[in-house]
Design a binder for this molecule. Structure first.
Ligand SMILES: Cc1cc2nc3c(=O)[nH]c(=O)nc-3n(C[C@H](O)[C@H](O)[C@H](O)COP(=O)(O)OP(=O)(O)OC[C@H]3O[C@@H](n4cnc5c(N)ncnc54)[C@H](O)[C@@H]3O)c2cc1C
Length: 416
């Protein structure tokens, strides 16, 4: 018989792994937290520009819907480790929280490390074992196929009845992204949905937008249609030297890149520069009240000057005055301002993506426990699974909630 070193081994120390280890230790399990990097915390220290936007104000249903059709998978996870639990956990570990803009939750200190410490310090006190610079390469199995521990890249084996895979995704290897967790899951027989960049800038072909690099807009709408697939985001956006970034673009990328790859020729992407403006009425007002003014300078009262100029230049109307615009030309301008056609030029490299879409298919994971349907004793948590949310605290909240459910389920399975 195998002698167990631990009850629960958690692979990866991001929000999913920390929350899983914390939950298992809460139920008295002997826990080991294994991390391939020198420091614990996964991507938390880098999140939200070092401030960690860890959740948001949405209720569970709209929160889940933001992950697409598969979102309902997280119903049980949110029930045990959703926003209310997470906020209470932070407060009770001396990390007051704040909602900065009516939507995004942050630690009041503005320090992402406080979120890491809220898990680590109690884990330390509970006697959990931490091992950094430790790469897990495989899950060990008993002759009847159940998990019984992990094999490390060093060749050493550690034994436990439950193994939680919380290895994150492949985005941004500079801050810990890796495919190692996916490879381990694949060795166990799990199906992996191809990893693609998510929360990533959109690379565009439009040369005329390049000169706007650094210009930001507050109220855009981005929209794509491709056959029966469509997606839409609203909010802030930033022009970059090779495309667009900012929350509206990053959030759209989760779905947009996958669908664009399927049919690049049928992918129709459009940008509305400012959804608050009724452009047709506004341009008519320019024509009536400011007829002698240059169109570019009238547009500048609603758009950043460089964008107003770029739009006029794109139409060859740099020197046009408002009163010279015919109705058909007004309509052309309105179309450009409300449905500016954009063309994706290439896939964003994983290095620049903040998250991964794809991963271990949720169809092979039990939503009520996070346990693998294929290998008893193996649990999944966080971004390693094929569930990715947009910008705005969704992904860390889901990682923590799924980690908590996995940790509690693993520890409970040992009791029974
Ligand atoms: C720059 C940046 C900013 C972000 N900002 C936000 C934000 O403000 N709000 C938000 O909700 N989301 C944000 N995200 C996304 C969010 O950080 C991730 O979705 C989240 O951290 C995923 O949690 P996780 O625990 O599943 O994975 P991770 O945080 O990636 O942690 C996984 C850990 O597992 C370790 N690991 C992997 N393989 C092995 C192995 N074989 N053996 C041992 N250890 C292993 C990794 O080193 C890593 O430490 C941001 C991401 C980035 C990159």
């Amino acid at each position: 018989m195998i002698k167990n070193d631990y009850d629960v081994i958690v692979c990866g120390s991001g929000p999913a792994g920390l929350s899983a280890a914390f939950a298992a230790a809460e139920l008295g399990a002997r826990v080991a937290l294994l991390e391939k990097q020198r420091e614990l915390g996964g991507k938390i220290p880098y999140s939200g520009n070092g401030r960690c936007n860890f959740s948001n104000v949405l209720d569970d249903v709209p929160f889940m819907n933001s992950f697409g059709r598969a979102g309902r998978f997280m119903t049980d996870a949110l029930r045990c480790g959703g926003r209310d639990w997470f906020c209470e956990h932070l407060r009770s570990h001396d990390v007051p929280v704040t909602v900065t803009d009516g939507f995004h939750y942050f630690p009041e200190s503005g320090k992402a490390w406080d979120v890491v410490d809220s898990f680590l310090l109690p884990l330390q006190r509970a006697g959990a074992d931490f091992r950094t610079d430790t790469v897990v390469s495989a899950v060990c199995r008993t002759p009847d196929g159940a998990a019984c521990g992990v094999r490390l890249a060093s060749g050493e084996e550690l034994y436990a009845k439950c193994v939680i895979l919380a290895c994150g995704g492949t985005a941004m290897s500079a801050v810990g992204g890796t495919a190692q967790g996916l490879r381990i899951a694949q060795q166990l027989g799990h199906r992996i949905i191809d990893p693609l960049p998510a929360m990533a800038p959109l690379y565009l072909e439009e040369e005329w937008l390049r000169e706007l690099s650094g210009v930001s807009l507050k109220n855009v709408q981005l929209q794509f249609v491709s056959g029966r697939n469509h997606g839409k985001t609203n909010g802030e956006m930033l022009f970059t030297y090779d495309g667009i970034s900012g929350p509206a673009a990053l959030s759209l990328s989760n779905e947009a890149y996958r669908i664009w790859l399927e049919h690049p020729d049928r992918f129709d992407l459009k940008l509305n520069f400012d959804t608050r403006v009724d452009w047709q009425r506004q341009i008519d007002t320019f024509r009536k009240q400011d007829g002698n003014k240059f169109l570019r300078s009238s547009l500048s009262s609603f758009l950043p000057k460089s964008l107003a100029h770029a739009v006029c230049k794109q139409l060859g109307w740099e020197e046009r005055k408002n009163q010279t615009l015919k109705d058909t030309e007004r309509d052309t301008l309105v179309r450009l301002l409300t449905a500016c056609p954009l063309t994706i030029s290439q896939l964003c490299p994983m290095e620049r993506a903040m998250a991964m879409s794809g991963g271990v298919t949720w169809k092979e994971i039990r939503p009520e426990t996070m346990e693998s349907r294929l290998v008893p004793g193996v649990y999944f948590a966080g971004e390693i699974m094929d569930l990715t949310g947009p910008c705005g605290g969704y992904n860390i909240q889901f990682a923590v909630a799924s980690g908590r459910l996995a940790g509690l389920s693993a520890a409970n399975s040992l009791r029974s």
